[in-house]
Design a binder for this molecule. Sequence first.
Ligand SMILES: [Zn+2]
Length: 170
Amino acid sequence: MNYIPEMKLSENFQLKEFVASQTAERLKIDNRPGWEAVINLRNLCQEVLQPLRNYAAEPIHINSGYRCEALNEAVHGVGNSQHLYGEAADIHLPSLATGRRWYEWLVNHTDFDQLLFEYRRGGSRWLHLSCRRNKHENRHMAFPNYPVAPRRGNGGTEVRGASKEGAHAV
Ligand SMILES: [Zn+2]
């Protein structure tokens, strides 16, 4: 399949939003997804992200969507991450209060696999949400507080100013 950045996955989401990655750019990783992952991303948009977008009535920014193997390794994602299959996205939260409100709404109104309110000591937080193409496989696992280990630099100290994209374990 040819990669079409402007492809619409749902009314307010385009494929490129789930593919763009500073890390991939920096490391020259080709993060273009295959058609299977694109279909999963479209499903994620239609089932979870677009309904949230309609509820929020404001743009939803994707911190990290699809990750090929090389990119997932580069950002230290877990080995079986749903990001690898286009089944997951991490979204930016404009504020803690908004994040809580979105979380509650998603729990009560959408059919998801995992919904994790992830945070790292020091303040960064985001929502990880995932959805399976086969609805019957959705586990409806929701965690309102999901701590993620700090990123470690070579000297064992937390990496400061790391891109948001690097801020995920799942
Ligand atoms: Zn994630």
